[in-house]
Design a binder for this molecule. Sequence first.
Ligand code: GRF
Length: 202
Amino acid sequence: CRVLVLISGNGSNLQAIIDGCDDNVQAEVVGVISNNPEAYGLIRAHQNEIDTSCVIAHQDETRSEYDERLLSAIEQYQPDLVVLAGFMRILTDELVMRFEGKMLNIHPSLLPKYTGLHTHQRAIDAKDVEHGASVHFVTPKLDSGPVILQAKVPVYEDDTAEVLAERVNEQEHAIYPLVVKWFSQQRLKMQNGAAVLDGNEL
Ligand code: GRF
């Protein structure tokens, strides 16, 4: 399974996925694309001898124009699976539909709670006692595709958004590689808008 990872920043999830694609897993990270040339994840890719591309947004460029360039970059890697790992751009419906059932995202909340940004602060402000992360198939509606796997963490009274984010991030590193592995084993599919693992709707 040819896995392409899209990033914008640190790339700790990218690292977890690279590390998870060991000899026992029929998946290989064949490329990393970043919209940010400064992303630390690009260094991680180089350290692992993985090819990288940067697709930097031009000023005055429309979202469609950007996504057309992004699509060309993606297609060069002929991926079986596109993994969004902290890729901080909203994709056009056209691009998302092009990879229907073949694009995953990780979102730092227990979806359907807290789509969008600032999820950790929002969980703290709401006095939630638990928070977490969700891996889901990407569909046109932002952060609303079928959820595949979630990890929960406790929220403590004195948590700051940063401390909570770190606790969530650690769990992301456990669940994202697992989902990539399931997909590469062809155990995981999107069918009729639902995530299905081993024939069972999740
Ligand atoms: C993660 O918290 C992920 O949930 C969110 O962006 C962050 C990416 O972190 N979508 P990293 O770049 O993988 O370290």
